[in-house]
Write a protein that binds this ligand. Structure first.
Ligand code: UGA
Length: 432
């Protein structure tokens, strides 16, 4: 069976590599020849722990091919997984142009009956739309069936998540097509949920929105703890032990970022509006997250009066640890706010700096280490909980900074430790 994956972003690449690792013959297709060349040399274009090794292993076995040639990708394919991006339009809706052009190419270049599987996150109804596009252009002697198979992996733990996911969702209005895709996933030995097309599409948006809701909710409880007393970590532990709630995604912080939650909840909100449904909770999640990202900046301004001319250090730029992704990261909003205040900004991140440098160039400075970035600084912000940052000794802040004032957006340190080290320390949901 020839399986082709279209799009070598996080979802497509990890899916392709893991499917080949369980024994399938996989062709990964991308229009970006440079990316394909890099992949053929055994290197991943994205930072994802463990991915390079799996790519090299499966290329060597001969089960994993990368190509930028559309004919090679689609001819003889038994199933094609679409995993291209659905970036946000200005109005928050999902941009389906990459999906649509993949559908047109599939209709043009397949040479036998084929199952088209959508892995990209798409609004409800899109799979039917894909089916119609393909049908319009397809030669009369060929048949295509459509399956929706949303992805739930997280950046930074993508391989682990693929092999150990909670479920595989397979949505199709054609039972046989759904069964074929279920068989492809059989080696993963994970629970399978079979649904109709539209329900599968909704499961993805509902899952991401619910997780985002959990984060915004715990962030609001944290904000309230700061006012009324109480320690958000203790509160989250006590709440999370209730199995009906669960202890995951209850880590209060500076709000969620990344390429998925912000985009997907906006797209779901847009979809609801289109159908004249006022999705109140979702709008609140979006609002709460926007305010949460500004919270530490305002706290710092309140504490210091003005930040103008002051050397300010940001530790952690990526939207979470173990990724080089800075999309919708809290750091970007922070840098922007600090520059508007005329602060002198120095940043450090174990892997995220090149991407930030592309955006801000010499408007800010880049430390070669956390210590260098902290040198003579008057205020420091922690925005990503990289191990390297969490493991910094509190002495470091005292020794390198001019004044050790630390705003910790990820609660990396214990309050007592910060106090014992004489730090002026502000965190989330914990009173100093
Ligand atoms: C998210 C979902 O977790 C995946 O299931 C989904 O497949 C993926 O989106 C997607 O749609 O492709 P991801 O964006 O990689 O995965 O990252 P998460 O680990 O979910 O974190 C998202 C954001 O929430 C980060 O900024 C993180 O710092 C924040 N977060 C997470 C919190 O602030 N608190 C928490 O308790 C958990």
């Amino acid at each position: 069976m020839k399986i082709t994956i279209t799009g070598t972003g996080y979802v497509g690449l990890v899916t392709g590599v893991c499917l080949s690792d369980v024994g399938h013959q996989i062709t990964c297709y991308d229009i970006d020849q440079e990316k394909i060349d890099l992949l053929n040399s055994g290197k991943s274009p994205i930072y994802e722990p463990g991915l390079d090794e799996l790519i090299q292993k499966n290329i060597a076995i001969g089960r994993l091919l990368f190509t930028a040639d559309v004919k090679e990708a689609y001819s003889d394919a038994d199933s094609i997984f679409i995993a291209v991006g659905t970036p946000p339009n200005d109005d928050g809706s999902a941009n389906l142009s990459y999906i649509e052009s993949a559908a047109i190419d599939i209709a043009k270049y397949i040479t036998k009956d084929c199952i088209v599987v959508t892995k990209s996150t798409v609004p409800v109804g899109t799979n039917e739309h894909i089916g119609r596009i393909i049908q319009e252009q397809l030669p009369a002697d060929l048949k295509v069936k459509i399956v929706s198979n949303p992805e739930f992996l997280r950046e930074g733990s993508a391989i682990h998540d693929t092999f150990n996911g909670d479920r595989i969702v397979i949505g199709s209005d054609d039972q046989e097509a759904g069964k074929t895709i279920e068989e492809i996933y059989a080696p993963f030995k994970l629970p399978v949920v079979r649904t109709d097309l539209r329900s599968a599409e909704m499961i993805k948006y509902a899952s991401n929105s619910f997780l985002a809701l959990k984060i915004s909710f715990i962030n609001e409880i944290a904000n309230l703890c700061e006012k009324v007393g109480g320690n958000i970590e203790q509160v989250a532990t006590g709440v999370g032990l209730d199995k009906r709630i669960g202890n995951k995604f209850l880590q209060a912080g500076i709000g969620f970022g990344g390429s998925c939650f912000p985009k997907d909840i906006n797209a779901l909100n847009h979809l609801a509006n289109e159908y004249d449904y006022d999705f109140k909770i979702l709008k609140s999640v979006i609002d709460v997250n926007r305010l949460q990202k500004e919270r530490l900046f305002h706290k710092a301004k309140e504490t210091l009066g003005s930040l103008s001319g002051k050397k300010v250090t940001i530790l952690g730029l990526t939207f979470k640890p173990n990724t080089d992704d800075i999309r919708d990261a809290a750091s970007l909003k922070m840098i922007q706010d600090l520059l508007l205040e005329d602060a002198v900004v120095t940043v450090y991140d174990p892997v995220g700096m090149p991407k930030v440098e592309k955006l801000y160039g010499d408007k800010i400075q880049y430390g070669s280490s956390a210590e260098k970035a902290l040198e003579n600084s008057e205020v420091a912000f922690i925005l990503t909980e990289w191990d390297e940052i969490k493991n910094l000794s509190l002495e470091t802040f005292k020794n390198y900074m001019k004044k050790p004032i630390l705003f910790d957006g990820r609660n990396c340190f214990k309050l007592e430790d910060a106090e014992n080290h004489g730090l002026q320390y502000y965190s989330i949901g914990r009173r100093p």
